[in-house]
Design a protein. Structure first.
Ligand code: PEP
Ligand code: CO
Length: 450
Protein backbone atom coordinates (compact mmCIF):
# COMPACT_ATOMS: atom_id res chain seq x y z
CA UNK A 1 0.00 0.00 0.00
CA UNK A 2 1.11 3.52 -0.77
CA UNK A 3 2.06 5.95 1.96
CA UNK A 4 -0.86 7.75 3.59
CA UNK A 5 -1.01 11.12 5.22
CA UNK A 6 -3.98 13.33 5.98
CA UNK A 7 -3.51 15.13 2.62
CA UNK A 8 -3.09 12.17 0.22
CA UNK A 9 -6.84 12.28 -0.59
CA UNK A 10 -6.03 15.40 -2.61
CA UNK A 11 -4.35 13.24 -5.28
CA UNK A 12 -7.55 11.30 -6.00
CA UNK A 13 -10.72 12.07 -7.94
CA UNK A 14 -13.40 13.43 -5.63
CA UNK A 15 -17.21 13.56 -5.69
CA UNK A 16 -19.60 15.91 -3.92
CA UNK A 17 -16.90 18.37 -2.87
CA UNK A 18 -17.26 22.17 -2.88
CA UNK A 19 -14.83 24.42 -4.72
CA UNK A 20 -14.02 27.53 -2.72
CA UNK A 21 -13.60 30.79 -4.65
CA UNK A 22 -11.42 32.33 -1.98
CA UNK A 23 -8.45 29.95 -1.68
CA UNK A 24 -6.55 32.23 0.68
CA UNK A 25 -9.41 32.19 3.16
CA UNK A 26 -9.65 28.39 2.85
CA UNK A 27 -5.97 28.02 3.77
CA UNK A 28 -6.43 30.33 6.73
CA UNK A 29 -9.45 28.42 8.03
CA UNK A 30 -7.64 25.08 7.65
CA UNK A 31 -4.70 26.49 9.58
CA UNK A 32 -6.99 27.72 12.37
CA UNK A 33 -8.74 24.34 12.59
CA UNK A 34 -5.40 22.56 12.82
CA UNK A 35 -4.53 24.66 15.86
CA UNK A 36 -7.82 24.17 17.68
CA UNK A 37 -8.16 21.42 20.30
CA UNK A 38 -9.43 18.02 19.13
CA UNK A 39 -13.13 17.40 19.82
CA UNK A 40 -12.61 13.80 20.90
CA UNK A 41 -9.77 11.86 22.45
CA UNK A 42 -8.24 8.98 20.46
CA UNK A 43 -8.60 6.55 23.35
CA UNK A 44 -12.36 7.05 23.29
CA UNK A 45 -12.40 5.99 19.63
CA UNK A 46 -10.47 2.86 20.55
CA UNK A 47 -13.02 2.04 23.28
CA UNK A 48 -15.77 2.46 20.70
CA UNK A 49 -13.98 0.07 18.37
CA UNK A 50 -13.79 -2.53 21.17
CA UNK A 51 -17.53 -2.20 21.71
CA UNK A 52 -18.22 -2.46 17.98
CA UNK A 53 -16.18 -5.66 17.95
CA UNK A 54 -18.71 -7.06 20.45
CA UNK A 55 -21.59 -5.93 18.21
CA UNK A 56 -20.13 -7.90 15.31
CA UNK A 57 -20.33 -11.03 17.47
CA UNK A 58 -23.90 -10.46 18.66
CA UNK A 59 -22.78 -9.43 22.16
CA UNK A 60 -23.82 -5.77 21.90
CA UNK A 61 -25.98 -3.69 19.57
CA UNK A 62 -25.13 -0.40 17.86
CA UNK A 63 -27.78 2.32 18.08
CA UNK A 64 -26.64 5.15 15.80
CA UNK A 65 -28.97 8.04 15.14
CA UNK A 66 -29.65 11.73 14.85
CA UNK A 67 -30.56 14.46 12.40
CA UNK A 68 -30.00 13.98 8.70
CA UNK A 69 -28.22 17.33 8.91
CA UNK A 70 -27.59 19.54 11.92
CA UNK A 71 -28.44 23.18 11.52
CA UNK A 72 -26.84 26.44 12.67
CA UNK A 73 -30.28 28.04 12.93
CA UNK A 74 -32.06 25.39 15.02
CA UNK A 75 -29.17 24.90 17.41
CA UNK A 76 -30.29 25.03 21.04
CA UNK A 77 -29.98 23.14 24.33
CA UNK A 78 -33.59 21.90 24.39
CA UNK A 79 -33.22 20.10 21.06
CA UNK A 80 -29.99 18.44 22.21
CA UNK A 81 -31.54 17.44 25.54
CA UNK A 82 -34.67 15.97 23.93
CA UNK A 83 -32.61 14.04 21.39
CA UNK A 84 -30.41 12.70 24.18
CA UNK A 85 -33.46 11.67 26.21
CA UNK A 86 -34.97 9.75 23.30
CA UNK A 87 -31.78 7.92 22.46
CA UNK A 88 -31.25 6.81 26.06
CA UNK A 89 -34.92 5.82 26.30
CA UNK A 90 -34.45 3.69 23.17
CA UNK A 91 -31.31 2.26 24.64
CA UNK A 92 -33.13 1.35 27.89
CA UNK A 93 -35.83 -0.39 25.83
CA UNK A 94 -33.29 -2.37 23.81
CA UNK A 95 -31.24 -3.26 26.88
CA UNK A 96 -34.13 -4.28 29.14
CA UNK A 97 -36.63 -5.65 26.65
CA UNK A 98 -34.02 -7.00 24.25
CA UNK A 99 -31.49 -8.11 26.91
CA UNK A 100 -28.56 -6.67 25.04
CA UNK A 101 -25.97 -3.97 25.86
CA UNK A 102 -26.40 -0.98 23.58
CA UNK A 103 -23.66 1.20 22.07
CA UNK A 104 -25.00 4.74 21.78
CA UNK A 105 -23.60 6.73 18.86
CA UNK A 106 -25.15 10.06 17.83
CA UNK A 107 -25.22 11.45 14.29
CA UNK A 108 -24.46 14.69 16.06
CA UNK A 109 -21.77 17.25 16.91
CA UNK A 110 -20.44 17.35 13.34
CA UNK A 111 -23.16 16.08 10.97
CA UNK A 112 -23.25 19.17 8.80
CA UNK A 113 -22.23 18.22 5.23
CA UNK A 114 -24.67 16.71 2.72
CA UNK A 115 -24.16 14.90 -0.58
CA UNK A 116 -26.74 16.01 -3.15
CA UNK A 117 -28.26 14.29 -6.17
CA UNK A 118 -28.14 17.45 -8.26
CA UNK A 119 -25.65 20.33 -8.45
CA UNK A 120 -28.49 22.78 -9.02
CA UNK A 121 -31.87 23.52 -7.44
CA UNK A 122 -34.35 25.48 -9.56
CA UNK A 123 -36.91 27.81 -7.94
CA UNK A 124 -39.22 30.07 -9.94
CA UNK A 125 -37.08 29.55 -13.00
CA UNK A 126 -33.83 30.55 -11.25
CA UNK A 127 -30.98 28.03 -10.85
CA UNK A 128 -29.29 28.03 -7.44
CA UNK A 129 -26.25 25.96 -6.48
CA UNK A 130 -27.62 23.13 -4.30
CA UNK A 131 -27.60 23.48 -0.54
CA UNK A 132 -24.78 21.21 0.75
CA UNK A 133 -25.19 21.51 4.50
CA UNK A 134 -24.50 24.37 6.90
CA UNK A 135 -20.76 23.64 7.02
CA UNK A 136 -20.59 24.52 3.30
CA UNK A 137 -23.29 27.03 2.31
CA UNK A 138 -26.52 28.66 3.46
CA UNK A 139 -29.94 27.13 2.83
CA UNK A 140 -31.45 30.53 2.00
CA UNK A 141 -32.33 31.01 -1.66
CA UNK A 142 -29.78 33.67 -2.37
CA UNK A 143 -27.09 33.23 -5.02
CA UNK A 144 -24.40 34.81 -2.84
CA UNK A 145 -25.30 32.78 0.27
CA UNK A 146 -25.32 29.54 -1.71
CA UNK A 147 -21.60 29.96 -2.51
CA UNK A 148 -19.31 27.68 -0.46
CA UNK A 149 -17.90 29.70 2.42
CA UNK A 150 -14.85 28.28 4.23
CA UNK A 151 -15.52 30.26 7.44
CA UNK A 152 -18.56 28.04 7.99
CA UNK A 153 -16.15 25.23 8.96
CA UNK A 154 -15.16 27.26 12.03
CA UNK A 155 -18.81 27.77 12.99
CA UNK A 156 -19.41 24.02 12.58
CA UNK A 157 -16.39 23.27 14.78
CA UNK A 158 -17.60 25.59 17.55
CA UNK A 159 -21.17 24.32 17.40
CA UNK A 160 -19.86 20.74 17.56
CA UNK A 161 -17.72 21.62 20.59
CA UNK A 162 -20.62 23.07 22.55
CA UNK A 163 -22.96 20.25 21.53
CA UNK A 164 -20.42 17.69 22.67
CA UNK A 165 -19.87 19.58 25.90
CA UNK A 166 -23.56 19.32 26.75
CA UNK A 167 -23.79 15.67 25.67
CA UNK A 168 -20.84 14.79 27.89
CA UNK A 169 -22.51 16.61 30.80
CA UNK A 170 -25.78 14.74 30.24
CA UNK A 171 -24.01 11.39 29.90
CA UNK A 172 -21.85 11.70 33.03
CA UNK A 173 -23.54 14.41 35.08
CA UNK A 174 -26.84 12.81 36.05
CA UNK A 175 -29.36 12.96 33.20
CA UNK A 176 -28.56 9.35 32.26
CA UNK A 177 -28.99 8.16 35.87
CA UNK A 178 -31.27 5.10 35.71
CA UNK A 179 -33.14 6.54 38.72
CA UNK A 180 -34.35 9.26 36.32
CA UNK A 181 -35.73 6.69 33.88
CA UNK A 182 -39.27 8.18 34.11
CA UNK A 183 -37.96 11.71 33.48
CA UNK A 184 -36.66 10.67 30.07
CA UNK A 185 -40.19 10.24 28.71
CA UNK A 186 -41.08 13.48 26.92
CA UNK A 187 -44.50 15.00 27.66
CA UNK A 188 -45.83 14.65 24.13
CA UNK A 189 -44.87 10.96 24.12
CA UNK A 190 -46.44 10.01 27.48
CA UNK A 191 -50.04 9.64 26.28
CA UNK A 192 -49.17 7.57 23.28
CA UNK A 193 -49.49 3.72 23.47
CA UNK A 194 -45.75 3.36 23.20
CA UNK A 195 -45.17 6.13 25.74
CA UNK A 196 -47.37 4.13 28.13
CA UNK A 197 -45.52 0.90 27.31
CA UNK A 198 -42.33 2.79 28.10
CA UNK A 199 -43.74 3.90 31.50
CA UNK A 200 -44.38 0.24 32.35
CA UNK A 201 -40.83 -0.69 31.42
CA UNK A 202 -39.55 2.26 33.47
CA UNK A 203 -41.57 0.97 36.48
CA UNK A 204 -39.85 -2.38 36.13
CA UNK A 205 -36.43 -0.73 35.95
CA UNK A 206 -37.24 1.28 39.10
CA UNK A 207 -38.31 -1.92 40.91
CA UNK A 208 -35.14 -3.70 39.80
CA UNK A 209 -33.03 -0.79 41.05
CA UNK A 210 -34.82 -1.02 44.44
CA UNK A 211 -34.01 -4.71 44.63
CA UNK A 212 -30.38 -4.11 43.65
CA UNK A 213 -30.06 -1.33 46.22
CA UNK A 214 -31.35 -3.72 48.90
CA UNK A 215 -28.56 -6.10 47.80
CA UNK A 216 -26.00 -3.30 48.22
CA UNK A 217 -25.60 -2.32 44.55
CA UNK A 218 -26.22 1.42 44.14
CA UNK A 219 -25.13 4.34 41.94
CA UNK A 220 -22.45 5.31 44.49
CA UNK A 221 -20.60 2.00 44.29
CA UNK A 222 -21.67 1.17 40.68
CA UNK A 223 -21.27 4.27 38.43
CA UNK A 224 -22.66 2.30 35.47
CA UNK A 225 -26.12 2.85 36.97
CA UNK A 226 -25.86 6.60 36.63
CA UNK A 227 -23.57 7.19 33.66
CA UNK A 228 -23.47 6.18 30.03
CA UNK A 229 -20.83 6.28 27.34
CA UNK A 230 -22.07 8.38 24.48
CA UNK A 231 -20.18 8.58 21.20
CA UNK A 232 -20.41 10.91 18.20
CA UNK A 233 -20.25 10.29 14.46
CA UNK A 234 -20.88 11.98 11.13
CA UNK A 235 -20.34 11.54 7.41
CA UNK A 236 -16.74 12.36 6.48
CA UNK A 237 -17.78 14.29 3.39
CA UNK A 238 -16.03 17.66 3.61
CA UNK A 239 -12.41 16.54 3.58
CA UNK A 240 -10.95 20.05 4.05
CA UNK A 241 -12.55 19.96 7.51
CA UNK A 242 -11.76 16.31 8.31
CA UNK A 243 -8.11 16.65 7.22
CA UNK A 244 -7.69 19.67 9.47
CA UNK A 245 -9.05 17.73 12.45
CA UNK A 246 -6.55 14.86 12.14
CA UNK A 247 -4.21 14.61 15.13
CA UNK A 248 -1.39 12.22 15.96
CA UNK A 249 -2.25 10.28 19.11
CA UNK A 250 0.58 10.60 21.60
CA UNK A 251 -0.28 7.24 23.22
CA UNK A 252 -0.44 4.97 20.18
CA UNK A 253 1.30 7.05 17.51
CA UNK A 254 -1.71 6.56 15.19
CA UNK A 255 -3.53 9.30 13.30
CA UNK A 256 -7.11 9.96 14.39
CA UNK A 257 -9.72 12.21 12.87
CA UNK A 258 -10.61 13.97 16.12
CA UNK A 259 -13.78 15.61 14.74
CA UNK A 260 -15.80 12.56 15.96
CA UNK A 261 -15.35 9.09 17.42
CA UNK A 262 -16.62 7.34 14.29
CA UNK A 263 -16.73 8.53 10.67
CA UNK A 264 -18.49 7.04 7.69
CA UNK A 265 -18.55 7.61 3.94
CA UNK A 266 -21.81 7.79 2.06
CA UNK A 267 -23.23 5.78 -0.80
CA UNK A 268 -22.24 8.46 -3.32
CA UNK A 269 -18.62 8.85 -2.24
CA UNK A 270 -17.51 5.30 -1.47
CA UNK A 271 -15.83 4.55 -4.82
CA UNK A 272 -12.54 2.70 -4.52
CA UNK A 273 -9.61 4.78 -5.82
CA UNK A 274 -11.39 7.99 -4.90
CA UNK A 275 -10.65 10.60 -2.26
CA UNK A 276 -13.07 9.69 0.53
CA UNK A 277 -12.00 6.06 0.84
CA UNK A 278 -8.36 7.19 0.62
CA UNK A 279 -8.91 9.55 3.56
CA UNK A 280 -10.63 6.91 5.73
CA UNK A 281 -7.84 4.41 4.97
CA UNK A 282 -5.31 6.11 7.20
CA UNK A 283 -7.33 7.29 10.18
CA UNK A 284 -7.50 4.89 13.10
CA UNK A 285 -11.09 5.68 14.17
CA UNK A 286 -13.72 3.02 13.63
CA UNK A 287 -15.16 3.73 10.17
CA UNK A 288 -18.36 2.94 8.30
CA UNK A 289 -19.32 2.64 4.65
CA UNK A 290 -22.89 2.99 3.42
CA UNK A 291 -23.85 0.35 0.87
CA UNK A 292 -26.87 0.47 -1.43
CA UNK A 293 -28.48 -2.01 -3.77
CA UNK A 294 -25.79 -1.64 -6.47
CA UNK A 295 -22.82 -2.82 -4.43
CA UNK A 296 -21.04 -6.02 -5.50
CA UNK A 297 -19.23 -8.65 -3.48
CA UNK A 298 -15.93 -7.67 -5.14
CA UNK A 299 -16.36 -4.03 -4.20
CA UNK A 300 -17.05 -4.99 -0.59
CA UNK A 301 -13.96 -7.17 -0.48
CA UNK A 302 -11.81 -4.40 -1.97
CA UNK A 303 -13.18 -1.93 0.60
CA UNK A 304 -12.28 -4.45 3.34
CA UNK A 305 -8.76 -4.81 1.91
CA UNK A 306 -8.26 -1.04 1.82
CA UNK A 307 -9.97 0.02 5.05
CA UNK A 308 -9.31 -3.01 7.20
CA UNK A 309 -6.17 -4.76 5.90
CA UNK A 310 -5.46 -6.38 9.29
CA UNK A 311 -9.05 -7.62 9.61
CA UNK A 312 -9.53 -6.04 13.03
CA UNK A 313 -12.91 -6.61 14.65
CA UNK A 314 -14.92 -3.39 15.12
CA UNK A 315 -12.80 -1.31 12.72
CA UNK A 316 -15.20 -1.48 9.77
CA UNK A 317 -19.00 -1.27 9.69
CA UNK A 318 -21.09 -1.69 6.58
CA UNK A 319 -24.27 0.34 6.85
CA UNK A 320 -26.73 -1.40 4.56
CA UNK A 321 -29.35 0.89 2.96
CA UNK A 322 -30.92 -1.08 0.16
CA UNK A 323 -34.60 -0.27 0.75
CA UNK A 324 -37.42 -2.54 1.89
CA UNK A 325 -38.14 -3.58 -1.70
CA UNK A 326 -34.56 -4.57 -2.57
CA UNK A 327 -33.04 -6.02 0.55
CA UNK A 328 -34.63 -9.48 0.25
CA UNK A 329 -33.54 -9.72 -3.39
CA UNK A 330 -29.95 -8.56 -2.99
CA UNK A 331 -28.61 -8.91 0.52
CA UNK A 332 -28.97 -12.69 1.19
CA UNK A 333 -26.67 -13.80 -1.66
CA UNK A 334 -24.19 -11.07 -0.89
CA UNK A 335 -24.04 -11.95 2.80
CA UNK A 336 -23.77 -15.65 2.09
CA UNK A 337 -20.80 -15.18 -0.22
CA UNK A 338 -19.10 -12.73 2.16
CA UNK A 339 -19.44 -14.93 5.23
CA UNK A 340 -17.23 -17.50 3.48
CA UNK A 341 -14.44 -14.89 3.29
CA UNK A 342 -14.12 -14.57 7.08
CA UNK A 343 -13.96 -10.75 7.08
CA UNK A 344 -14.58 -8.92 10.34
CA UNK A 345 -17.60 -6.73 9.63
CA UNK A 346 -20.11 -4.92 11.82
CA UNK A 347 -23.39 -5.16 9.90
CA UNK A 348 -25.66 -2.23 10.57
CA UNK A 349 -29.03 -1.45 8.97
CA UNK A 350 -29.95 2.02 7.71
CA UNK A 351 -33.67 1.59 6.93
CA UNK A 352 -34.04 5.28 6.02
CA UNK A 353 -32.11 6.09 2.85
CA UNK A 354 -33.45 3.30 0.64
CA UNK A 355 -37.04 4.16 1.56
CA UNK A 356 -37.36 7.83 0.71
CA UNK A 357 -40.49 8.66 -1.30
CA UNK A 358 -42.22 11.79 -2.54
CA UNK A 359 -45.69 12.35 -1.09
CA UNK A 360 -48.47 13.54 -3.41
CA UNK A 361 -48.16 17.01 -1.89
CA UNK A 362 -44.46 17.15 -2.79
CA UNK A 363 -42.94 16.44 0.65
CA UNK A 364 -40.00 14.05 0.82
CA UNK A 365 -41.08 11.38 3.32
CA UNK A 366 -40.61 7.79 4.51
CA UNK A 367 -43.25 5.31 5.55
CA UNK A 368 -42.80 3.81 9.03
CA UNK A 369 -43.98 0.48 7.64
CA UNK A 370 -41.20 0.34 5.01
CA UNK A 371 -38.62 1.32 7.63
CA UNK A 372 -39.78 -1.48 9.91
CA UNK A 373 -40.00 -3.93 7.05
CA UNK A 374 -36.36 -3.30 6.04
CA UNK A 375 -35.19 -3.76 9.65
CA UNK A 376 -37.17 -7.02 9.96
CA UNK A 377 -35.73 -8.37 6.71
CA UNK A 378 -32.23 -7.42 7.85
CA UNK A 379 -32.58 -9.40 11.08
CA UNK A 380 -34.23 -12.35 9.34
CA UNK A 381 -31.52 -12.58 6.67
CA UNK A 382 -28.75 -12.51 9.28
CA UNK A 383 -30.53 -15.13 11.34
CA UNK A 384 -30.90 -17.47 8.39
CA UNK A 385 -27.15 -17.32 7.70
CA UNK A 386 -26.09 -17.58 11.35
CA UNK A 387 -24.60 -14.09 11.43
CA UNK A 388 -25.58 -11.03 13.47
CA UNK A 389 -27.55 -7.87 12.80
CA UNK A 390 -25.10 -5.64 14.67
CA UNK A 391 -26.94 -2.34 14.74
CA UNK A 392 -29.23 0.26 13.23
CA UNK A 393 -28.54 3.69 11.76
CA UNK A 394 -31.52 6.06 12.00
CA UNK A 395 -32.47 9.61 11.12
CA UNK A 396 -34.41 10.71 14.18
CA UNK A 397 -35.08 13.61 16.52
CA UNK A 398 -36.54 14.22 19.97
CA UNK A 399 -38.90 16.80 18.48
CA UNK A 400 -42.57 16.30 17.72
CA UNK A 401 -42.09 16.56 13.95
CA UNK A 402 -44.31 15.20 11.18
CA UNK A 403 -41.80 14.11 8.56
CA UNK A 404 -42.26 10.32 8.27
CA UNK A 405 -45.74 8.91 7.65
CA UNK A 406 -47.37 6.05 9.62
CA UNK A 407 -46.57 4.64 13.03
CA UNK A 408 -48.96 4.56 15.99
CA UNK A 409 -49.74 8.28 15.58
CA UNK A 410 -50.91 7.42 12.05
CA UNK A 411 -49.27 10.45 10.47
CA UNK A 412 -50.79 10.89 7.04
CA UNK A 413 -49.45 12.68 3.97
CA UNK A 414 -51.82 15.56 4.64
CA UNK A 415 -50.35 16.03 8.13
CA UNK A 416 -46.75 16.28 6.90
CA UNK A 417 -47.10 20.05 6.58
CA UNK A 418 -47.93 20.46 10.33
CA UNK A 419 -44.39 20.26 11.62
CA UNK A 420 -41.98 19.50 8.80
CA UNK A 421 -38.68 21.03 9.94
CA UNK A 422 -35.86 18.90 8.63
CA UNK A 423 -32.81 20.50 7.13
CA UNK A 424 -32.58 17.65 4.61
CA UNK A 425 -34.15 14.16 4.90
CA UNK A 426 -37.31 13.21 6.89
CA UNK A 427 -36.67 11.98 10.45
CA UNK A 428 -38.54 9.72 12.83
CA UNK A 429 -40.07 11.78 15.63
CA UNK A 430 -39.71 10.78 19.30
CA UNK A 431 -42.86 8.60 19.35
CA UNK A 432 -41.89 6.80 16.13
CA UNK A 433 -38.34 6.28 17.45
CA UNK A 434 -39.60 4.70 20.67
CA UNK A 435 -42.09 2.56 18.82
CA UNK A 436 -39.31 1.33 16.54
CA UNK A 437 -37.11 0.59 19.57
CA UNK A 438 -39.80 -1.70 21.05
CA UNK A 439 -40.15 -3.52 17.73
CA UNK A 440 -36.37 -3.91 17.41
CA UNK A 441 -36.20 -5.17 21.01
CA UNK A 442 -38.45 -8.08 19.95
CA UNK A 443 -36.10 -8.85 17.07
CA UNK A 444 -33.09 -8.69 19.39
CA UNK A 445 -34.62 -11.22 21.78
CA UNK A 446 -35.07 -13.51 18.85
CA UNK A 447 -31.53 -12.88 17.57
CA UNK A 448 -29.89 -15.52 19.74
CA UNK A 449 -28.98 -18.44 17.56
CA UNK A 450 -27.46 -20.89 20.07
C1 PEP B 1 -27.20 10.25 4.93
O1 PEP B 1 -26.84 9.40 5.76
O2 PEP B 1 -27.79 11.31 5.24
C2 PEP B 1 -26.99 9.94 3.49
C3 PEP B 1 -26.92 10.89 2.59
O3 PEP B 1 -26.92 8.64 3.26
P1 PEP B 1 -26.46 7.78 1.98
O4 PEP B 1 -25.02 8.08 1.76
O5 PEP B 1 -26.71 6.38 2.44
O6 PEP B 1 -27.35 8.17 0.84
CO1 CO C 1 -30.13 11.62 5.20
Amino acid sequence: MKIWNCKTWRDFPIQQHPVYENQEELLLVEQQLRELPPLVFAKESRSLQDLLALASKGKAFLLQGGDCAESFLHFNAVRIRDFFKVIIQMSAILTFAGSCPVIKVGRIAGQFAKPRTSEIETYNGIDFPSYRGDIINDMELDLEKRKPDAKRMLSAYHQSASTLNLLRAFAKGGLADLKEVHQWNLDFVKNNDFGKQYEKLADKITQTLGFMEACGINPQNTPLLKEVDFYTSHEALLLHYEESMVRKDSLSGGYYDCSAHMLWVGERTRAINEAHIEFLRGIKNPVGVKIGANITKDEILKICDILNPNNEAGRLSFIVRMGAKNIEKIFPKLLESLLKEGREIVWSCDPMHGNTIKANNGYKTRDFQSILSEVRSFFAIHKSYGSYAGGVHLEMTGDNVTECIGGSQEITESRLACNYNTQCDPRLNAVQSIELAFLIADLLKDRKID
